[in-house]
Design a protein around this ligand. Structure first.
Ligand SMILES: [Zn+2]
Length: 555
């Protein structure tokens, strides 16, 4: 079957194509190199339409224990599963934690074809993959959480050396079938269990002779030395705390030049100025990101409305429990590997702090110069459900609309924000960088995020509508692996995705130490902890696709 897409206007930043009319040919799920000799079986006339690669979300909580706890705890938020709606000046983006089925559908209906769960607890990886496999139409992947697990902290405390740490990190990736390593509140979740309620970057852990800085340095170095494409993915210390900008800047430095990705940096860009002692530090953070080329970030934009915050950061979620809306929350732990806290929350535009958080996120988007190093996220569902992305794209591409919205928020927050003075409007090319080309590059996915020869035929076609929210909210066509799965915003076909992983080499002698540790302290044995390729393909239903690492030690 040969398919031709003709007359579309392509935005393909990975190949330097900025709004050029070109034809694409698809066969066997991939994009061909130039027109083949034979005539196509099917031709789509895309004259006047925008064509981009399928979008990639590199940070969205769609699988794993926390999401299910939120669903079970908040049945009232499941509600009607409708699309974005607006009434009385307020937006509703649908349920904060949609079912797996709705998650796959809603993403596909926005033109997304690959999504990555950023907080896979290693002992719970099986369930995370099962849940992601149950979301149709998406390829998925996960980042395994390390940095609060006692084995890593113990190994570091013993001074075993970087090579052994690297082996442990590589073994964890293999055992959990993940593509990246995440650290949440480095050392802080562990410290919480020793009754510590705050741990800054250079404070010593109450039990181990280590600081969060040590953990970030060691893990970012491990990821680099293992040749993993994706940098250490860091949820920094002191999330949500006024004045946390100093912790965020210290965390960037802790990587000592190794690649580091700071996630949902909006929640980590706060100062203490003004009479309420809460202010925007977006300018300072943006300046640091612009200067340090080893740093990438995603924003974690908030949107006004009801959502639920779900995080491995038990320390901060415990502190935030008093803001729960509706008034219920939970913090829990499995096998003491990390943590988990679920706190429902409603962001309000007339609340000073929430209004300023909204402005801070947009300031960061607009003040960080390089669109290849800033990623479009709401930290779904923590800042807002992912279904708010088309609205967010309009805020970034339409200054008039942004300023209209700014006029509606708490006036003191608006007055303290620099947003009104920021004239930048993202171009379609920059949106394509942020949502396609850059996430593919930073995850090491050479087979997607672009429209060049050999690429997976994950392709989204948009009508150019009067505003970007309409354009990006309802594509004309979405192709997944060369097959049409969405037409005019409606899902027309379902299919299952695959799981993206990387597999750096490691010295198998580490398995003895890990096996002994599991035997002594865990309820799960080594053989059950590890997820095999056969189980991924047959039991879980999402076969593994391995992406290359650089040769070990070549960093
Ligand atoms: Zn997150």
């Amino acid at each position: 079957m040969l398919t031709k897409l003709t007359g579309g206007c392509l935005y393909d930043p990975a190949n330097g194509v900025d709004g050029e009319v070109r034809d694409l040919y698809i066969r066997d799920g991939h994009i061909l190199d130039g027109p083949p000799a034979e005539s196509p079986d099917r031709t789509y006339d895309l004259t006047g339409k925008l064509v981009m690669a399928g979008a990639i979300d590199l940070h969205t909580h769609i699988g794993g224990g926390k999401v299910n706890i939120a669903r079970a705890m908040l049945p009232e938020l499941q509600g009607r599963d409708d699309a974005t709606s607006r009434s009385g000046g307020r937006y509703s983006f649908g349920p904060a934690t949609p079912s797996t089925l709705a998650t796959g559908y809603r993403y596909a209906q926005m033109g997304y074809t690959s999504c990555f769960e950023p907080a896979v607890l290693p002992v719970n990886a099986r369930q995370a993959h099962m849940e992601m496999a149950d979301a149709p139409l998406l390829d998925t992947g996960g980042y395994a959480m390390l940095g609060n697990d006692d084995l890593l902290l113990q190994l570091m405390s013993e001074g075993v050396g970087q090579e052994v740490i690297n082996d442990y990190v590589a073994w964890t990736l293999r055992a959990t079938q993940c593509i990246g390593i995440k650290v949440v509140n480095p050392g802080g979740i562990s410290a919480f269990k020793f009754n510590t309620r705050k741990l800054d970057v250079d404070e010593r852990h109450p039990h181990y002779p280590l600081t969060p800085r040590d953990i970030v340095r060691t893990l970012s170095r491990a990821v680099a030395e293992l040749g993993m494409p994706h940098p250490l993915h860091v949820h920094a210390s002191n999330l949500g705390v006024p004045g946390n900008q100093t912790s965020t800047l210290a965390t960037m430095e802790a990587a000592e030049g190794f690649p580091i990705h700071l996630t949902h940096i909006q929640f980590h860009s706060y100062g203490t100025e003004g009479e309420r002692h809460f202010s925007s530090a977006a300018a300072e953070i943006a300046e640091a990101v612009n200067r340090q080329k080893n740093v990438t970030i995603d924003v974690g934009q908030i949107m006004f409305g009801q959502t639920v915050t779900i995080s491995g950061d038990t320390m901060r979620q415990h502190a935030n429990r008093r803001f729960a809306h509706p008034r219920k929350w939970t913090c829990m732990d499995i096998e003491c590997e990390a943590g988990c806290g679920v706190v429902p929350f409603r962001y309000r535009d007339k609340n000073f702090v929430n209004a300023l958080q909204w402005a801070i996120g947009l300031e960061l988007f607009l003040m960080i110069d390089d669109p290849w190093r800033v990623f479009l996220t709401t930290d779904h569902p923590n800042g807002a459900p992912f279904t708010s992305y088309p609205h967010l794209i309009r805020l970034l591409t339409d200054k008039g609309f942004r300023n209209d919205q700014l006029a509606c928020i708490h006036p003191d927050a608006a007055a303290m924000s620099r947003l009104a003075g920021l004239d930048r409007e993202y171009s379609l090319y920059e949106i394509a960088i942020m949502t396609r080309a850059a996430p593919a590059r930073i995850l090491g996915l050479t087979d997607r995020g672009h429209l060049g020869p050999g690429a997976l035929a994950d392709i989204t076609v948009y009508h150019e509508r009067p505003d970007a929210e309409q354009t990006f909210g309802s594509p004309m066509l979405v192709f997944k692996g060369g097959q049409v799965v969405v037409e005019e915003g409606q899902v027309t076909r379902t299919l299952s995705g695959s799981t993206q992983v990387v597999r750096p080499d490691y010295d198998r002698r580490i398995e003895q130490r890990i096996g002994d540790w599991l035997d002594r302290y865990h309820s799960v044995r080594m053989g059950n902890f590890r997820i095999s390729d056969e189980e991924m393909a047959e039991g879980i239903g999402s076969p593994v696709q391995v992406h290359p690492c650089r040769p070990r030690g070549s960093a």
